[in-house]
Design a protein around this ligand. Structure first.
Ligand code: PBG
Length: 327
């Protein structure tokens, strides 16, 4: 009888050895919580396709962000749901628009205790639901949209946002917003570029969360799911244009892109575990078909292992509590 020459199982024998041998770790400071604030409501409003997630009122948002700061997660990413929309998304750069007012309120509440971030995109504010302004033929006008983004970016910076999340996938958006910020003296405002953002089915529940008006799709600006190299190219361009952090989104279906981007840039790389990823696990767990906590922590660890330095996830607070209890 010949014995195995190599015994990798030695590193798995006890939980103490496994803990010591573990390559990848997940800690609360690596988690960012996306949050929705809706204009004109006084009580939080549940989102049907995202059980456990709500559209916040101004008050409930403030309280929830204070709790996020207590949990010492990395940050929050704010999305606004306005009462009134129009063709150019006027609410986006209005200092009294819901997202800008909420940002001001949240920053007044928590200051720099966590990184307050804001979604910089027009889709929540336009009556057609696209991420940019439209030309007469209905197509998205890239360069006219950049002017809207710079106005929106300045409004968010003035409201106190520490980090602008550019999620619209327009060419040149990072460079345009960076330049506008610098000219106005906002040299310390960070830019998070959603560089490799793929067009697909996993944003479905989010569209309910923001009452999206979109008819049609975003395939003329978000990436084609078949393209990995193009995701890396977008990330490289964004770094060149001044992005402080680049992101891949969604996370689980694009872990290969995440790993490739991580290997190609020297800035932090984040991933967005999107609404559809959240809904799948919640739905399976609600049926008793999957171990909810196990699946959540394993998916987050997998995203970290593939190369994400931080993760936007709707489970940020709950995961942070679990992780702290494990220490
Ligand atoms: C655009 C934006 C979207 C998401 C984040 N920012 C929607 C889209 O591109 O259609 C999706 C996030 C999610 O699904 O959790 N403002």
């Amino acid at each position: 009888m010949s014995f195995p020459e190599h015994r990798p199982r030695r590193l798995r024998r006890t939980s103490a050895v496994r803990r010591l041998a573990r390559e990848t770790h997940l800690v609360p400071s690596q988690l960012v919580l996306p949050m929705f604030v809706r204009e004109g409501i006084s009580e939080p409003s549940p989102i049907g396709s995202m059980p456990g997630i709500v559209q916040h009122s101004m008050d409930s948002l403030r309280r929830a962000v204070a709790e996020a700061a207590e949990q010492r997660i990395g940050g929050v990413m704010l999305f606004g749901v306005p009462e009134v929309r129009d063709a150019v998304g006027s609410g986006a750069d209005d200092p009294n628009g819901i997202l800008n007012r909420a940002t001001e309120a949240v920053v007044a509440e928590v200051g720099d205790a966590l990184v307050v971030q804001t979604d910089l995109c027009l889709d929540e504010f336009t009556d057609h639901g696209h991420c940019g302004v439209l030309q007469a033929d209905g197509s998205v006008d890239n360069d006219a949209t950049l002017e809207r983004y710079t106005a929106m970016g300045l409004a968010q910076a003035r409201a106190g946002s520490a980090m602008l999340g550019l999620s619209g996938m327009m060419d040149g958006q990072v460079g345009a917003v960076r330049e506008a910020l610098d000219v106005e003296g906002f040299t310390d405002t960070l830019i998070l570029a959603y560089s490799a953002k793929y067009a697909g089915a996993f944003y479905g529940p989010f569209r309910e969360a923001v009452d999206s008006q979109l008819k049609g799709d975003r395939r003329s600006y978000q990436l084609d799911p078949g393209n990995g190299r193009e995701g890396v190219r977008e990330a490289l361009l964004d770094v060149e244009e001044g992005a402080d952090v680049v992101m891949v989104k969604p996370a689980l279906p694009y872990l290969d892109v995440l790993a490739d981007v991580r290997a190609s840039v020297d800035v932090p790389v984040w991933a967005y575990q999107v609404s559809g990823e959240y809904a799948m696990v919640e739905a399976a767990a609600a049926h008793g078909w999957i171990d909810r906590r196990g699946a959540i922590l394993e998916s987050l660890l997998g995203i970290r292992r593939a190369g994400a330095d931080a993760i936007l996830t709707y489970w940020a607070l709950e995961a942070a509590r679990w992780l702290r209890a494990e220490l």
